[in-house]
Design a protein around this ligand. Structure first.
Ligand SMILES: [Zn+2]
Length: 411
């Protein structure tokens, strides 16, 4: 065997397990395995999980916070405008440098699968896609990275974008993006969704759209996206991020839309720390949290995941690319605080996110990829509380990152 992790606490199992990896795959799992390996790690009863998965992050814009002017209004609209100033001057090397820094930050903290959005529009053309495709190639051995061709300026309101979307997919982007609610009319939002489906079906690609990212209850593109998904036979191949307006709908309409979302097998991705910052800006007290109906969606049986979205860019001033921190934010904002709900918050950055990306070979089972994390905690609750990176990050049976934290009280 190449690697054995001994005495691992695996979620849902009472007894400690040994996990053996050989040839990049999990070869055996069981208590007290007799096998020997080139490298052994004693987890000593600590939690061992599959890797974290980030289903939504904008790596082309990441770390612009270091060089940009401040977002005076702190709104999404001004964030888009600030980004134009940089997008016109992007180079491939600049994007790879910033995106790569975030990939490395994320991998050290256990995220080994990342869905990265690249703007496709008349401002930056295809440069963000080229930059992220180069980043994907450069970090191929560290993370599974997907590139989403994302029309950040809309498709109909930004003429020329449809042709660029086709080109982006031909260049090698993995997923068709969308931003239907940002179009100027409801009819255009539906046309936007139709165009995205036409491209996705031609390329046999999945779809991930940013949907109704507003407090405005009149923003209703999620309903059409769900119906379109059903009619096109695209169940379980579509994700919708944000969906803040769903929280503002009346109960009757919200329940109808949630029913359609569940039937269409759409994953909802809620990025709570970004919504906390950008949504509710026009509210007087009490100010809404800005997230979608996470608990209600979960109760209805919808796959709900959570992502980092932004790292130090015009939209959000912080961001450590820590999916463990994202899980903590979703636990707070969605009221997921009972013991089993803490497990759900952790699911949202692991198994649920992996389901959204339709990752093959994900999870601690024989025959799956030899990817795992050893935590400095015995339980999910302790990991969420401590917010420490994993002590060991393992990809394909190789340790790719280690972290040790030392602190001493000197009195
Ligand atoms: Zn986003």
């Amino acid at each position: 065997m190449d690697l054995i992790v001994r005495n691992a606490k695996v979620r849902g199992e009472r007894e400690l397990r040994d996990i053996a990896i050989d040839g990049g795959k999990i070869a055996a799992i069981g208590p007290g395995l007799a096998d020997r390996a080139t490298q052994e790690i004693d987890a000593g009863g600590r939690l061992v999980t599959p890797p974290l998965v980030n289903p939504h992050v904008h790596l082309d814009k990441a770390l612009l916070g270091e060089v940009m002017r401040p977002n005076v209004s702190q709104t999404l609209e001004e964030a888009i405008a600030i980004t134009w100033e940089f997008k016109r001057a992007y180079t491939e090397a600049d994007i790879v440098k910033r995106a790569g820094a975030v990939i490395e930050m994320a991998a050290r903290q256990g995220a080994l699968a990342i869905r990265a959005f690249a703007d496709v529009d008349s401002v930056g053309g295809l440069m963000p896609v080229r930059g992220l495709l180069a980043t994907r190639e450069r970090y191929r051995n560290l993370v599974r990275m997907e590139v989403v061709a994302f029309p950040q300026e809309g498709i109909l309101r930004n003429p020329g974008t449809e042709a660029l979307m086709w080109e982006a997919m031909a260049l090698g982007a993995d997923v068709v993006g969308g931003l239907p609610w940002y179009e100027m009319t409801d009819a255009d939002a539906r046309a936007h969704i139709d165009i995205a489906f036409a491209i996705a079906k031609a390329r046999d690609a999945d779809i991930h759209m940013l949907v109704d990212d507003t407090d405005d209850p009149n923003s209703r593109s999620l309903e059409y996206l769900a119906v379109k998904t059903l009619r096109e036979g695209y169940a379980r191949r579509v994700s919708a991020s944000h969906c803040g307006a769903l929280a503002a709908y009346n109960e009757v309409y919200a329940e109808k839309v949630i029913g359609l979302v569940r039937e269409a097998g759409i994953t909802i991705v809620s990025n709570p720390h970004i919504s906390l910052v950008l949504a509710g800006r026009r509210d007087r007290e009490p100010i809404r949290r800005g997230i979608t109906r996470v608990r209600q969606l979960l109760r209805a049986g919808v796959n709900v995941a959570s992502g980092q979205d932004d790292v130090n860019d015009p939209y959000y001033p912080f961001g450590r690319a820590s999916q463990l921190e994202v899980a903590l934010f979703v636990a707070h904002t969605a009221h997921l605080t009972y013991p089993d709900e803490l497990e759900t918050a952790f699911d949202m950055v692991t198994v649920n996110a992996a389901r959204a990306l339709r990752l093959k070979g994900y999870g601690l089972a024989v025959g799956n990829d030899g990817d795992l994390l050893v935590w400095d905690a015995a339980t999910v609750k302790e990991a969420l509380t401590k917010q420490l990176p994993p002590t060991h990050v393992v990809r394909g049976g190789k340790v790719v990152a280690t972290t040790s934290v030392q602190s001493k009280l000197v009195v």
